[in-house]
Design a protein around this ligand. Structure first.
Ligand code: IPE
Ligand code: IPE
Ligand code: MG
Length: 246
């Protein structure tokens, strides 16, 4: 098994994004309610955050709650929001210890007021940390993000602040929730599903994708190491030929 330490020598994804999936099925396998799976997913979040920081990942983005997840039963949504609040309270120490700065993307205004306030507090309290940037995608949907960016750019065009022929990648990037993050290098999804589920559609244009069967609550250092190791053995050509890269 590759340990995190042994992977430090190879190329690392600058921006790692993870679709943390499979909490519900993990609980169901044990004859428990879905919320038991979410409660047990918290440990995997803590370990992954710490291991990523130790490895030297600059940007870690975790898909925690999608715009579509609001359609789940109220008990489940409430549990997820309560877990967010309690985890933020509990993990502030861990973030400081590892010099991590918290960031959030998504329609944050739509979160319950308690979750919104706690999130803002931890973002503010960690804003001086200079290590890894941990971004939580909360009430996040890529289509909503793009719609929002198009609306803002359109308004600037209308008011003659931007001319249509000048709209380029840089301008589009600057209107996304992720304006202060680089493109994703490696996208990992757990639980065996092979789909993107409305996550970072623009930002993964050239990301390496890695799908794993493990359910999120079982995700440990060895799984992170497996994904990174696989990434290190890939050739990222960005449209060029293999020969051109050397
Ligand atoms: C991921 O696990 C957590 C969230 C989407 C909030 P799920 O809750 O989607 O678990 P499965 O996919 O139903 O097993
Ligand atoms: C994606 O997982 C969202 C998060 C992990 C937060 P879902 O479980 O909601 O995705 P679908 O519905 O199976 O595509
Ligand atoms: Mg799921």
């Amino acid at each position: 098994m590759d340990t995190i330490e042994s992977l430090k020598a190879g190329p690392l994804p600058r921006h790692l994004a993870i679709i943390m999936d499979g909490n519900g099925r993990w609980a169901k396998q044990r004859g428990k309610l879905r919320i038991f799976g979410h409660e047990n997913g918290v440990k995997a979040v803590r370990e992954t955050v710490e291991n990523s920081a130790k490895l030297g990942i600059e940007f870690l983005t975790l898909y925690a709650f999608s715009t579509e997840n609001w359609k789940r039963p109220k008990l489940e949504v409430d549990t997820l929001m309560n877990l967010l609040v309690s985890s933020l309270k509990k993990e502030l120490k861990t973030l400081h210890k590892n010099n991590i700065r918290l960031n959030a993307i998504g329609n944050i205004d739509s979160l319950p007021s308690k979750a919104y306030a706690e999130l803002q507090e931890v973002i503010e309290k960690t804003s001086k940390n200079s290590g890894m940037v941990l971004t939580l995608a909360l009430s996040y949907g890529a289509r909503e993000e793009l719609k929002h960016a198009i609306q803002e750019i359109s308004l600037k065009v209308k008011n003659n602040i931007i001319s249509p022929e000048n709209i380029d990648d840089t301008i589009i990037n600057s209107h996304l929730y992720t304006h202060n993050l680089p493109d994703v290098d490696l996208l990992v999804r757990t639980s065996g599903e092979h789909r993107i589920s409305n996550f970072l559609l623009w930002q993964i244009a050239y990301a390496e994708l890695y799908f794993m069967d493990v359910f999120w609550p079982d995700f440990r250092e060895e799984h992170l190491a497996e994904a990174i190791k696989n990434y290190q053995n890939r050739e990222r050509r960005f449209g060029k030929t293999s020969e051109q890269l050397n």
